[in-house]
Write a protein that binds this ligand. Structure first.
Ligand SMILES: C[S@@+](CC[C@H](N)C(=O)[O-])C[C@H]1O[C@@H](n2cnc3c(N)ncnc32)[C@H](O)[C@@H]1O
Length: 209
């Protein structure tokens, strides 16, 4: 938890309590329904919470921003972001129901009201969002195809509406057709070794492909 405060020192008391509560909630629910590996649970704040919050290092979503987390799994990056931005709405989507069961229990346990979950493939979602966030779900061309038409036109944030994707490794090949994609190294935000190869990709709405 100190790790979160190290990088986000201005959290409200409510947010601090919610981030603190996350560990016990995930430990409890993960014993019943395994959605996060044991090693990852032991390093929940580093590998899941802080990693998810890299998006909050790049952008502070304006109140009212509408965000979808595609392939949220156990709730990442959606749940930490929902705590961070209580005045934004988060739609967490996954094609595996048992993962969303854990997300729903965690969200209830935290008492946060800005998260909605839907058990479906994202291709079936018929709505638009200012931003679509994701981590570790599909290669960018597939992801762009799945989310086509789901990004809202009207701009309300400093960063252009679009996809914010947490990815690792060398992305040169995967992103070569997306000339407007911008890659941010997470080492610019965090000093822990875990983030050495980790990146955040912003692909604005007007992209080729
Ligand atoms: C490797 S997990 C990542 C989970 C989470 N984003 C994280 O980083 O911890 C990928 C998730 O994407 C979901 N998924 C894959 N294809 C999907 C699709 N077309 N629509 C919705 N969810 C999908 C899977 O069910 C799985 O939970």
């Amino acid at each position: 938890m100190e790790l979160i405060l190290k990088y986000f020192p201005n959290l409200t008391e409510t947010q601090i309590q919610q981030f603190k509560k996350l560990e016990a909630l995930y430990q409890d629910w993960n014993l019943k329904i395994n959605v996060v590996s044991r090693k990852d649970i032991d390093e929940l704040y580093l590998r899941h919470v802080l990693h998810s919050l890299a998006i909050a290092k790049l952008i502070s979503f304006k109140d009212g921003t509408k965000i979808m987390d595609v392939g949220t799994g156990g709730g990442f990056p959606g749940v930490p972001l929902a705590i961070m931005f209580p005045n934004c709405t988060f739609h967490l989507v996954d094609s595996i129901a048992k993962k969303l069961k854990v997300v729903n229990e965690v969200v209830d346990g935290l008492g946060i009201t800005n998260v909605k979950t839907t058990h479906t493939r994202v291709e079936e979602i018929n709505d638009t969002y200012d931003f679509i966030v994701s981590r570790a779900v599909a290669a960018m061309p597939t992801f762009v195809h799945w989310t086509k038409g789901k990004i809202a036109k009207n701009q309300n944030n400093s960063l252009k509406n679009g996809i914010l994707y947490l990815k690792g490794g060398d992305l040169t090949d995967e992103l070569k057709e997306y000339t407007t994609a911008k890659i941010y190294n997470l080492t610019d935000y965090y000093t822990e070794d875990f983030f050495e190869t980790k990146k955040l990709v912003h692909l604005p709405k007007k992209f080729k492909g």
